[in-house]
Design a protein around this ligand. Structure first.
Ligand SMILES: Cc1cc2nc3c(=O)[nH]c(=O)nc-3n(C[C@H](O)[C@H](O)[C@H](O)COP(=O)(O)O)c2cc1C
Length: 315
């Protein structure tokens, strides 16, 4: 994997963890860094709420030294509010990212996320305003369209983002309508890359490390960002195809639980979901998932994991 520099931040490599709202919490991001991720992003944070001082939102933007370099992603539609919010959190971030791709109804209703793709002028104003307000590099994450994927429109938007001072572009070549389904058209990444001088980070459809290498080779992108395939699977950043044993996963998941406790994100319903993601793919996973629905404390969760260990080892 090639070197990647975003603004003045030199990354070890170009292997990034995607913003994953509701999944990549502070503890999970730290685990991904320990397993080799070069840069991790928070899930999207509401800029309006951040400026209002909303406690829960502040918590979502919380980062720790152990996960650095870390990017904080924000969504919003007002250039001044986004700039204010970015300024508020820049001390705890190495990079700020603006979300211009989210298809969620509630986000679009505010004119944010993928709704911005229809307002190129506003995109320019946002990038300009945020860039001027902060001292850390700025990235912008976009999709290749709202209803229809368009190389021409995406190039136009990418150029506006570059001209207004962004330090890198993250491109997920699916439309907002597609959500996470269907094929990500890597050809769009290749085309856009030819028109930009700032680094282009490709995202979409990477299932394993050989896909990541293929994306770099086929598109010439400067770095890759992994989303779904990293969920419950921080091991993807180790760059080997070797399947982890149940015990290895257990050891990592217990470390995740320790961090979750440390950062006070110990909601059992949430941790149950994370356990399901970590342990998916084991032959007793179906049984495991069913039992997981009844677990209501961390002790019970661990008990179930230990029980399942015996099952997996054939004891
Ligand atoms: C559960 C989930 C949450 C996501 N949250 C965000 C988010 O907060 N901000 C964002 O820009 N993209 C978000 N995405 C999109 C991913 O960052 C990524 O662009 C998308 O999943 C495509 O990459 P992949 O094919 O590697 O999964 C989310 C995706 C998933 C599955």
């Amino acid at each position: 994997m090639a070197n990647l520099k975003i603004g003045n931040i030199q990354l070890k490599e170009g292997l990034l963890l995607a913003p994953l709202a509701g999944i990549n919490d502070i503890a999970f991001r730290r685990i991904c860094v320990e397993h080799g991720a070069s840069l991790v992003y928070t899930g999207m944070v509401n800029a309006n709420a951040l400026v209002r001082g909303n406690k829960a939102t502040k918590k979502l933007a919380q980062t720790c030294d152990e996960e650095r370099p870390v990017g904080i992603q924000m969504f919003g539609s007002n250039p001044e509010t986004l700039a204010k919010a970015a300024k508020l959190v820049q001390d705890q971030a190495d990079v700020i990212d603006i979300n211009m791709g989210c298809p969620d109804k509630n986000v679009i209703k505010q004119g944010a996320g993928s709704a911005l793709l229809k307002r190129p002028k506003r995109i320019g104003e946002i990038v300009n305003s945020v860039k001027k307000a902060i001292g850390v590099p700025l990235t912008v994450k976009i999709r290749s369209g709202v209803e229809v994927s368009s190389i021409e429109d995406t190039i136009k938007i990418a150029k506006i983002i570059e001209e207004n001072g962004a330090d890198a572009l993250i491109l997920h070549p699916r439309t907002a309508m597609q959500g996470g389904s269907g094929v990500a058209d890597w050809n769009v990444i290749k085309e856009v890359k030819e028109y930009l001088s700032i680094p282009v980070i490709g995202n979409g459809g990477i299932k394993n490390i050989s896909d990541a290498k293929s994306m770099m080779k086929e598109t010439g992108c400067d770095g890759v960002m992994i989303g779904t395939a990293a969920m419950g699977n921080p091991f993807i950043f180790e760059k080997t195809e070797k399947k982890k044993t149940y015990e290895e996963i257990k050891e990592t998941f217990y470390r995740y639980l320790e961090y979750a406790k440390h950062y006070e994100i110990e909601n059992i319903f949430y941790l149950r979901m994370q356990a399901q993601l970590f342990f998916k793919g084991f032959h007793s996973a179906a049984l495991f998932r069913k039992d997981m629905g009844y677990v209501d404390s961390i002790e019970e969760l661990k008990k179930l994991i230990e029980l399942n260990l015996g099952f997996n080892l054939g004891i």
